[in-house]
Design a protein around this ligand. Sequence first.
Ligand code: NAP
Length: 331
Amino acid sequence: MPRALVTGITGQDGQHLAEFLHSKGYDIYGIVKGQNNPKSESLRNEFPYVELIPGDLADLPSLISAVEYVKPDEVYNLAAISFVAMSFNQAELTANLTGLGVLRMLEAVRIVGGSQNNPMRFYQASSSEMFGKVRETPQTEMTPFHPRSPYGCAKVFGHDIVVNYRESYNLFACSGILFNHEGPRRGLEFVTRKVTNTAARIKLGLQKELVMGTLDTKRDWGYAGDYVKAMWLMLQQDAPDDYVVATGETHTIEEMVQLAFSYVGIDDWQQYVSQDPRFLRPSEVDLLIGDASKAHAKLGWKPEVDFPTLIKMMVDHDLTWEAGKAGIALP
Ligand code: NAP
């Protein structure tokens, strides 16, 4: 059986990837940080086939131990401080984990596997936030980076160091430049999930208002379950490379809010939504839209879930979840 080592296994993408790799017959190992990570127990229940290994992206020896123990065929580096807003408040931590953490994982792979003819294949979770103040539209693998947050800056370092290790040590290392991808497993702090969850709570009478930052920002939103397939496909190619993974469609946050409220049966959504400057960022990324032609042509990858289906999936999940917690019977 092929063996995969996944960092960020407790996160949204880690869970989707575990499910997908399991369906492909992999032995899966996940690195979990902290001495009593609260997410470990639910992970063990939902994914009993994943072996959890202690480790931290800030601690190179723990990463070397994990790679030595697993001897993986494939390493997926998904762990990061991934919330852009938080990266402004904890910029140094973000640089250390989201940026230097990539270097540490690459070092673990290089040291354990040897620098030349290293059989381990490495995937790095790069981000469309690297494009920031976009230099062209749509964004491709060739679009220059102009990050607008400590998160984006740290991801640019991670991206560049993957290219450097590929060229310097001949590692099979790939970066997926993934545009926003969402789903019911998205953390509640992220804007899509905040909106679908709050719309559900308002519908159920559990909350009165949705407080937002900007509504004008445009994003290219896809479904996380589709995007993890692209990660895997990158590591099955003859040669390592970098790929944009996106839907090629962009929507404003306002459109997303309107759609989420319409799915819970509320058409006059403006009555429930207010804006608060507290949620504005020091510098914003106004527009992202990806051109995934290379992933289509070389990986044969295409997104399957469209934007309205994605938002409906999240709203439906949040209605059931919130109603269950509150003991409300749904019709
Ligand atoms: P997520 O849900 O926020 O998951 C982040 C993961 O990183 C969690 O499992 C977290 O573990 C782990 N982590 C944080 N600090 C760590 C540390 N010091 N050591 C080890 N693990 C640590 O993020 P996601 O949405 O799944 O995204 C996965 C990756 O793709 C991230 O690198 C993200 O930046 C990138 N990305 C995501 C998107 C998107 O739209 N989702 C787009 C582009 C790129 P605990 O929570 O257990 O601490």
